[in-house]
Design a protein. Sequence first.
Length: 256
Amino acid sequence: MDTMLPGDGSAGPAAATAPHLTFRVPPAFFELPVYESEEQVGEALIELAQDIYPQGNPELWFQYAATQLPIVAEMMEAGVSYAGFCLLDLDGRRSTATVTAALLDSVPDGQKVTASSVAAELRGFGDEAQVETVWLTAGEAAVRFTSEVLTLPAEITDSGRPEQVEIGKIAVFLPLRRDAEMALFELSTPCMQDWDLYSELFFSIVNTLEVDDSGSTAGQPPVEEPPQSAPPSGPMDVAGGVHVPLQAKTVRDVFG
């Protein structure tokens, strides 16, 4: 589903000046219906279940929708604008990762921030996270790499017993030039053996981000150019792993 701001301004003055933020995702990604109204989420989840399990039955589809409903509701409450996930078969082994995107106020009082100031704040949390700044196509961003151990309940594990699983996460914070806003992209995966694959894919996705704020750039400072020493593949160098070409066919405007 693509949602684009109408060019004739019929969405209202605020919407007419809002920047379009678009990015590309692989066509194999399944999309959680965080963009739907509350009344439509249940039906959209049933349709998603049918796409994921085409050989399933109504009972399976309903069960899947019921388990995903609170997750989608939590994402919607948190202001997530896009949520997609992949289900891969890697040499007979199941693998998955989730990508989300949201548009945030950079700070409550509306002060503008930079990638460096965001990175400094993230480092101040005092945890063991790795924090870097990288250059994306859309500008300089702060990146935070973390991992956490979660205990999965017995009813969702293959063994039927509670199991601990390590979740790897990447968060990319891209300050925007307009209204002290910031784009936040996050990747999470419980498949740490596939970390290189997913981190490379994730940075391929965020590197397709395009910001069109042509209607609201008056009085804004010029876009800062990356330093000459920054390699074009900077985010890929941070992520590591083998290059995975992004075969995206869909461009989504998720923040309009």
